[in-house]
Design a protein around this ligand. Sequence first.
Ligand SMILES: NC(=O)c1ccc[n+]([C@@H]2O[C@H](COP(=O)([O-])OP(=O)(O)OC[C@H]3O[C@@H](n4cnc5c(N)ncnc54)[C@H](O)[C@@H]3O)[C@@H](O)[C@H]2O)c1
Length: 262
Amino acid sequence: MEMFSLSGKVALITGASSGIGKAVASRFQAAGANVINADRLPPDSEPEHFVQTDVSLETELRAALEFARNKYGRLDILVNNAGIQPLGVPFNELTESILKRTFEVNVNGVAFGLKLAAEMLENEGRVINTASFVGLLGIPSGTAYATSKAAVIHLTKCGAIELASRGITVNAVAPGTIETPAVTEIPDNPEIPFVSSRTPLGRLGSPEEVAAAFHFLASTEASYISGATIPVDGGIAAGWEKYDLTAPAEISPEGVWHDPES
Ligand SMILES: NC(=O)c1ccc[n+]([C@@H]2O[C@H](COP(=O)([O-])OP(=O)(O)OC[C@H]3O[C@@H](n4cnc5c(N)ncnc54)[C@H](O)[C@@H]3O)[C@@H](O)[C@H]2O)c1
């Protein structure tokens, strides 16, 4: 049997007209899956089936899942990926509108996805949510977004528990800063040099590098992983990039540890 094959599987990916979702769609198709793209905006080209969907509206997301099931007779994989990224907004600029839309799309969209997956996914199915490294770390000027992604990580845990009775696994991928239109189309985006210089691997990630983790989590090989959030971030969430310290007296200049006298 071919490893990591998705042959015969049907996958619905939200937000697959661009960026990470688009790369996940290509990768799933290359692995043999039939893919449906549920995005608010149409894709440039249309290699997969497109259903115009605003994930913040349960009725529209339900219609997209029903389309997939009517077309292929089953739905195995749901990728809750669509999201908006209102970064660069400190508390004094935070508005009801920013908070409302961020949570409607990034949180309600994933919660509705889990609700519908519980109802419509095949047994042993897969749900994979797109979180973010800023859902794991506190950052300045990103409260609405970072908090919404922390909620995605917790939704992943709650979903893993509740959907386990049908053998469905629920996991999340937490990307670092990735070269997608959401990042690269911001003129002179200061995030790019800032994050590159602070990422242990020294660069941004590509959508394809993130898609590889989605592919693994979607595969049969990942059957015992559930409730997990996997960072794909060049190591940026591993810890502080700088930490000024001096070694204690117990360590000699030769690097030998001397326990203090008792
Ligand atoms: N690019 C990054 O650095 C990065 C890092 C961490 C997490 N993420 C997350 O990855 C996901 C994809 O982001 P991306 O960078 O590929 O962005 P992107 O803007 O390139 O793509 C996002 C897609 O989601 C769609 N979308 C937005 N709102 C929607 C809605 N209400 N209903 C349906 N579709 C909607 C957009 O039309 C677009 O096609 C998001 O959840 C984002 O928060 C991105």
